[in-house]
Unconditional design. Sequence first.
Length: 66
Amino acid sequence: MQKYGCIVMEVEDWIDAINQPEWQRSKRNIFGPGDDAYVLEATYDFSLNYELAKAYNQSTSAPTGY
């Protein structure tokens, strides 16, 4: 039984901007040692669909208890 888990979220400026120079996002995509730090703040709001979680747990060997 798995005891630990994690979620990793990588925030991006504009997805695929590195391949779209016409979007003029280069100052937010590539950084060098002398550049200022890039600061981005993001807010995430999560919820859980308990019925879907219950159905998933019943169809796998994952522990139940929701």
